[in-house]
Design a binder for this molecule. Structure first.
Ligand code: NAD
Length: 325
C-alpha cells in the first residue's frame, strides 16, 4: 500500500524540496503551510493552508497519514533569529507541541522533527577553529537564542513521546542547509542566499564590492538541500530515534564562502566588513554518528551546490530588476 505522508512547512524552502523528492519515491503527500511555495508549484497530492499554532488545524493536518515530517517553523537567518526571540519561542512551541500530539492522537506511526545545530551551547563555539560538534555536546545546555532553546525542548518532547506512546520519533539537527528555491531577500534569508544576492547585484551593477557582517572570519559548514532531503527520508525509514547531525563537515569562513560564490559568478569581489549579527564564532558538524547510523553522509560539494544556487539567485535578481524597470 502507498505510504501516506504529511510534510508541514511544505510552502517553505526544505519542505517544498522534500515534497518533490517524496513524490518521486512514490509516496502520497499532503503539504501544509501558511502559504504556498513562492517560486514553483507544489508537487503534493493535497496542499492545505493551515496555521499549525492552532490545535484544530494540527488535528486536520495529521489525519489519515502514516508519517509526518515536521518542518513548519517561524524562522530565518541570523538577522531574524537574533532579534525576534519572543515570537519565535511562542510560535514554534505552539506549532511543535500541537503537531506532535495531534499526530499521536491520529495514530501516526513515524514522526520526524527538524531540529538545528542552534541547539549546541554557546560555550563550545567561541573559536573560529571550533571542534566539530557531536550530538552529546548539546548538554549541559546553553543555546545562544530562543530559537535553539525551543528546538532543544521539542527534541525532549519527541524523545518522551517515543518512549511513552505508540509513535516512533526521529530527530535531525540540520547544519545550514542551502539551495535553489529558497528565500533570498526580505530579511529571513540565510548567509549563502544573502551572499549570492549581494554578489549577483555586484556583478550586474559592475560595482564588485559587497558588505559582510562582522570580520568574515566566523566559520560554518553548509549542506545542499538535495543531500538534506535524501538524508531525512533515510532517517525516517530507519529505526534510529536519538538526535543526529545532518550537514557537511567541511568548515569555511564567511569570507571563503563569499569567494566560492564569487567564483561561481565569474567575478572577484572586494569586501567591506560592517556591523551585523554573526551568531556563534565557529560551528562545524561531527558526522560520525550520521555515517554510522545511515551509512551515508552528504555528497554534494560546496562548489557544485553553490554554483546551482548562485545561478538560480542571479536569475531571480535579473527578473526582479526587470519587474522594476
Ligand atoms: P522556511 O522558513 O523556508 O520554511 C518553514 C515554513 O514553515 C515556512 O514556509 C512557513 O510559512 C511555515 N510556517 C511558519 N509558521 C507556520 C504556522 N504557524 N503554520 C504552518 N506553517 C508555518 O525554513 P526551512 O529552511 O525550509 O526550514 C525547515 C525546518 O528546518 C525548520 O523547522 C527549521 O527550523 C529547520 N532548520 C533549517 C535550517 C536551514 O539551514 N534551512 C537549519 C536548521 C534547522
Amino acid at each position: 500500500m502507498t505510504t501516506r505522508v504529511l510534510v508541514t512547512g511544505a510552502g517553505g524552502f526544505i519542505g517544498h524540496h522534500l515534497v518533490t523528492y517524496l513524490k518521486k519515491l512514490g509516496y502520497w503527500v499532503r503539504g501544509v503551510d501558511l502559504k504556498e511555495p513562492e517560486f514553483t508549484k507544489t508537487d503534493a497530492d493535497e496542499f492545505e493552508i493551515l496555521d499549525l499554532r492552532r490545535w484544530d488545524a494540527c488535528l486536520q493536518a495529521t489525519r489519515n497519514v502514516d508519517q509526518v515530517y515536521a518542518l513548519a517553523a517561524d524562522m530565518g537567518g541570523m538577522g531574524f533569529i537574533s532579534k525576534f526571540h519572543a515570537q519565535i519561542l511562542h510560535n514554534n512551541t505552539l506549532i511543535n507541541f500541537h503537531t506532535l500530539d495531534a499526530a499521536r492522537l491520529n495514530g501516526v506511526k513515524r514522526y520526524l522533527y527538524t531540529s538545528s545545530a542552534c541547539v549546541y551551547p554557546e560555550y563550545k563555539q567561541t573559536e573560529a577553529a571550533v571542534t566539530p560538534l557531536k550530538e552529546e555536546d548539546a548538554y549541559p545546555a546553553q543555546p545562544q537564542d530562543a530559537y535553539g532553546w525551543e528546538k532543544l525542548v521539542t527534541e525532549r518532547l519527541c524523545l518522551r513521546y517515543n518512549e511513552e506512546y505508540d509513535i516512533q520519533t526521529h530527530i535531525v539537527r540540520f547544519h545550514n542547509i542551502f539551495g535553489e528555491n529558497g528565500t533570498w531577500e526580505g530579511g529571513r534569508e540565510k548567509a549563502p542566499a544573502a551572499l549570492c544576492r549581494k554578489i549577483a547585484k555586484a556583478k550586474l551593477s559592475g560595482n564588485h564590492n559587497i558588505d559582510i557582517w562582522g570580520d568574515g572570519l566566523q566559520t560554518r559548514s553548509f549542506c545542499h538541500v538535495d543531500d538534506c532531503t535524501f538524508g531525512i527520508q533515510k532517517l525516517m525509514e530507519s529505526d534510529f530515534t536519538d538526535p543526529v547531525n545532518l550537514g557537511q563537515d567541511r568548515m569555511v569562513t564567511i569570507n571563503e564562502l563569499a569567494d566560492i560564490i564569487a567564483r561561481a559568478a565569474g567575478i572577484e569581489v572586494g569586501k567591506t566588513h560592517i556591523e551585523g549579527p554573526q551568531g556563534v564564532r565557529g560551528r562545524n558538524s561531527d558526522n560520525t554518528l550520521l555515517k554510522n547510523t545511515l551509512k551515508w553522509e552528504p555528497e554534494i560539494s560546496l562548489e557544485a551546490g553553490l554554483k546551482r544556487t548562485y545561478d538560480w539567485i542571479e536569475a531571480q535578481v535579473v527578473k526582479s530588476q526587470g519587474d522594476l524597470a
